[in-house]
Write a protein that binds this ligand. Structure first.
Ligand code: ZN
Ligand code: ZN
Length: 245
């Protein structure tokens, strides 16, 4: 698989980084994991044909992770004129939130008016699912009070990667990252802070010996971790970083 960090920043686009979006290209299939507000512009800047996106997974319903989808769908409707149906996968509530958001941002051009079919598939926490030739394990993370955040482990016969989405440090992260070629972990902070629903670099370091992955990359980098980047001894993502695994 080839994975591009379309966005490696936090919700505040710290350091001018795009908000979260991963593009995965694998033989004939292409998909996004999360789709932050800058995704459409950045995919176009990279000369990626957005019609080649086969499906989209969303980790959780915060705007920096799914706020870019309405612009993508609007482009499909009026500009690139998609006809092929598209599946959008996410936690419970994805369909309702996205339908409301589309109608709010582009009133009169809601999901139901689109000339192509949009299917919503909502994952149960801690479930094993299948999309095309991929096994997608959805692990419950700890981030939002009113809805789930899902960390995904995505594998096919050849390779696998996992991504936390946003979360506190939770036990499920060991299982999520286990036996992966690539593990992408959010690191919004450098130092561990109480009562913050994000992971810090210090927590990752504390647990790194128990993470069974071939390559660990930190993303969703906030201001404090970027200020301390010279002290970070783990690989960090940047916008347009490409990884093959
Ligand atoms: Zn986020
Ligand atoms: Zn979030």
């Amino acid at each position: 698989m080839d994975l591009t960090f379309i966005g490696s920043g936090d919700a505040f686009a710290t350091g001018g980084r795009n908000q979260t979006c991963l593009l995965i290209k694998d033989y004939e299939k292409n998909f996004l994991v999360d789709c932050g507000p800058a995704a459409l512009a950045t995919l176009k800047k990279n000369n990626f044909d957005i019609l080649d996106i086969d499906f989209i997974l969303i980790t959780h319903l915060h705007g920096d992770h799914y706020g870019g989808i309405p612009y993508l769908l609007l482009d499909y409707q009026f500009e690139s004129r998609r006809t092929k149906e598209i599946n959008i996968y996410g936690p419970k509530g994805t369909e309702e939130k996205l339908k409301n958001l589309q109608e709010l941002l582009f009133t009169g051009h809601g999901i139901e008016t689109m000339n192509f079919k949009i299917n919503f598939i909502e994952f149960e926490p801690n479930s094993i699912n299948h999309i095309e030739n991929y096994e997608v394990r959805a692990y419950l993370m700890e981030h939002m009070q009113d809805s789930d955040c899902l960390g995904y482990k995505i594998s096919n016969n050849e390779s696998s990667f996992a991504y936390t989405g946003d979360s506190n440090w939770v036990e499920n992260i060991f299982e999520l990252s286990d036996n992966t070629d690539l593990f992408i972990c959010e690191s919004s902070f450098y130092r561990k802070i109480e009562n913050v629903t994000h992971i810090s670099y210090e927590e990752i370091l504390e647990n790194i010996e128990y993470l069974n992955t071939k390559r660990l990359i930190l993303t969703h980098l906030g201001s404090e971790v970027l200020e301390n980047i010279s002290n970070v001894d783990i690989e960090t993502a940047y916008d347009n970083l490409k990884v093959r695994f």
